[in-house]
Write a protein that binds this ligand. Structure first.
Ligand code: LMR
Length: 301
């Protein structure tokens, strides 16, 4: 029988707040939860882990340069990567959520060289779910009727939500997304910018970044790693690029269309890419290269 022990790591001043989270988890009466261990010690939190979900990062504050943000996060994720290397199982599945998620994930993977690169991923499922839902609302169907959207690249405003391989089930027939929506201008314009800017729009409205939708996306992502994606469907995950798929440069954590099986993933190969898609896929890769080069320079210090 599957059951969980939850290890919750936070910085020392936040331990009293973490107690509140522990109480809420207890109050959920979760059927599979056996034990909760709150701690401020990496050697406790990372010991023998099967799954690590790294949500904590340094958020950008007013007046902060992108460079300062990266520097602070390189320190955090280098430390957590090193702890994974030392204490976790070599089979651990690591999901990085804290922003800038792709580059934080790359730094974590580089700091844990004995854990296979395939075990690391970053969250673009939230963007994937956002894209799916935007199309569903436009067509007046449930989100589950929309399949195979793709998020390419960075979890940032340069990401490319691609619907060229997406289908929509309308009144029992499976239509190509462009035929279902019947508004190419929207799909190539406002749809893309809405998904790209959704995180910022949520922050503007809530004065806090997304919480419930991010938690749901984390659950979707991990469940797919564990249980596999449904037959004929794919999802989006930020994974390590070896330079062998879709002309994406190597040594980046880049979001691709993937299928999950046996606790692993495979990039969905052979999808046709038109010039419109190509330029957007390249633009987000360029941003990731810039982030990587700046982060790796900090890593060497
Ligand atoms: C989101 O996509 O909702 C977040 O990544 C936004 C943010 O910057 O926290």
């Amino acid at each position: 029988e599957v059951s969980f022990v939850l290890l919750l790591l936070d910085i020392t001043p936040m331990l009293p707040v973490l107690e509140g989270v522990v109480m809420e988890l207890q109050d959920c009466a979760l059927s599979l939860l056996r034990e909760i261990i709150p701690t401020d010690k990496e050697e406790v939190a990372f010991k023998d882990l099967d799954v690590a979900i790294l949500v904590g990062s340094m958020p950008r504050k007013e007046g902060m340069e992108r460079k300062d943000l990266l520097k602070a996060n390189v320190a955090i994720f280098k430390s957590q990567g090193t702890a994974l290397e030392k204490f976790a199982k070599k089979t651990v599945k690591v999901l990085v959520v804290g922003n800038p998620a792709n580059t934080n994930c790359l730094i974590t993977a580089k700091s844990a060289p004995s854990i296979p690169k395939e075990n690391f991923s970053c969250l673009t499922r939230l963007d994937h779910n956002r894209a799916r839902s935007q199309v569903a609302m436009r067509c007046g169907v449930p989100a589950t009727n929309v399949k195979n959207v793709i998020i390419w690249g960075n979890h940032s405003s340069t990401q490319y939500p691609d619907v060229h391989h997406c289908t929509v089930n309308m009144s029992g027939s499976e239509l190509a997304c462009f035929d279902a929506v019947k508004d190419d201008a929207w799909l190539k314009g406002d749809f893309i910018s809405t998904v790209q800017q959704r995180g910022a729009a949520v922050i503007k409205a809530r004065k806090l970044s997304s919480a419930m939708s991010a938690a749901k996306a984390i659950c979707d992502h991990m469940r797919d790693i564990w249980a596999g994606t449904p037959e004929g469907e794919f999802t989006s995950m930020g994974i390590y690029s070896t330079g062998n798929s879709y002309g994406v440069p190597e040594d980046l954590i880049y979001s691709f269309p993937v299928q999950n099986k046996d606790k692993s993933w495979k990039i969905v190969d052979g999808l046709a890419i038109n010039a419109f898609s190509r330029s957007k896929m390249d633009a987000t890769a360029i941003e990731l290269i810039e982030e990587r080069d700046m982060a790796v320079a900090f890593l060497a210090v």
